[in-house]
Design a protein around this ligand. Structure first.
Ligand code: NDP
Ligand code: 1BO
Length: 342
């Protein structure tokens, strides 16, 4: 079928109006409309669904099915980034589900991120437009500065973060994005942005899971009504160790996490995701597996007791995605301390 062709509807092909009805019923049956993901209100006034599907390292050829299946299963929030190099496959999936007519664009929350090489004032708009074209969206719900990093030499970040932030604000003025925010920023770097922002960051997306609580940053954001989104809520994929160049522990295998999961007849992943929700963060579990995509959404309608929440909040802490690969002797970030201000 094609709205501009001779067969606009399936009934035009078969000369049977019942075929339209059968197809509509079949498509409807593919959707789980009983799950309604809760949302939280951002400082921009928009409602962000608190569970989103992560797409980093979701392979081309796999991510399309993962996103379509996630939306049919009840996800309404997809977390993307230009650097994930799979936005056009995500865009194909969005196009497919929107054409099915059960979910409308305004029901979805689509996030993308500005890559580090695109921070200059005149590169921000083209970078967003590139992501919008790939995602087949005429607006994005949220656009984040991916890292406070440009890779320049010298003591200060160049172009300065202020210049990039102002270019991000222009995107809101143009109606191309609903909300803007940052990712991988420390409280100190966020405080700098708050010092000059005309439009305040709505979201700060950072690493958070039981092995990395990120307490101080969450506290800072609460005080400034900046919503915190937890990335790597399951502790990240096993191959993160090859990126950071050291062995990483997996909270999914943690004894305490698994003991709580067994007791509650939930999976370790569900227990960790529920912990993230109970801390007031939104969560972005990544999976490209049909069963695990559904499992990760089944974290509503039950809760962890205060005692179990406390035990999960008491585990040994390790930042997984420490960003050490960005550090350079001649750049503004020479040590992890420079990057994270800790
Ligand atoms: P996650 O913490 O989401 O873990 C993903 C890993 O867990 C994959 O190996 C996945 O495998 C596996 N997994 C998923 N569900 C389950 C389950 N129920 N049981 C067991 N294993 C499971 O890692 P990510 O680092 O991908 O973080 C999630 C998302 O956050 C990213 O995809 C990205 O969108 C965002 N992010 C943003 C960053 C930033 O800099 N702003 C940095 C890092 C992440 P499988 O696919 O086979 O299920
Ligand atoms: C280096 C990219 C981190 C994933 O968002």
């Amino acid at each position: 079928t094609n709205p501009r062709g001779p067969y606009k509807r399936i009934s035009d092909l078969w000369d049977d109006p019942e075929e339209d009805h059968r197809l509509a019923k079949f498509i409807q049956s593919q959707y789980d409309l009983n799950i309604v993901t809760p949302t939280t209100t951002l400082i921009s006034g928009h409602q962000i669904p608190v569970i989103g599907l992560g797409t980093w390292r979701s392979a081309k050829g796999v991510v399309r099915d993962a996103v379509a299946m996630a939306i049919r299963s009840g996800y309404r929030h997809i977390d993307c980034a230009a650097v994930y190099n799979n936005e056009s496959e995500v865009g194909d999936a969005l196009n497919t589900v929107l054409a099915e007519g059960v979910v409308r664009r305004e029901d979805l929350w689509i996030t993308s991120k500005l890559w580090n090489t695109e921070h200059a004032r005149n590169r921000v708009l083209p970078a967003l437009q590139h992501s919008m074209r790939s995602l087949q969206c005429d607006y994005l719900d949220l656009y984040l500065m991916h890292w406070p990093i440009t890779g320049n030499k010298g003591p200060q970040v160049e172009p300065p973060i202020k210049e990039t932030w102002q270019a991000m604000e222009d995107l809101v003025d143009r109606g191309l994005v609903r909300a803007i925010g940052v990712s991988n920023f420390s409280a100190k770097k966020l405080a700098d942005v708050l010092g000059y922002a005309r439009i305040k960051p709505s979201v700060c997306q950072v690493e958070i899971h039981p092995y990395f609580r990120n307490d101080a940053l969450i506290e800072f954001c609460k005080g400034h009504r900046i919503h915190v989104t937890a990335y790597s809520p399951l502790g990240g994929a096993p191959d993160t160790s090859t990126i950071v160049g050291r062995e990483l522990p997996s909270p999914l295998k943690d004894h305490t996490v698994n003991a709580i999961a067994d007791k509650m007849q939930k999976s370790a992943a569900q227990v960790m995701l529920r912990w993230g929700l109970q801390r007031g963060t939104s969560i972005l579990p990544k999976s490209s597996n049909a069963h695990r995509i559904k499992e990760n959404l089944d974290v509503l309608g039950w809760s962890l007791s205060d005692a179990d929440f406390g035990r999960l909040s008491d585990l040994k802490q390790t930042r997984m995605l420490d960003g050490v690969w960005w550090l350079q002797a001649e750049g503004p970030y020479r040590t992890p301390q420079d990057l994270w201000d800790e």
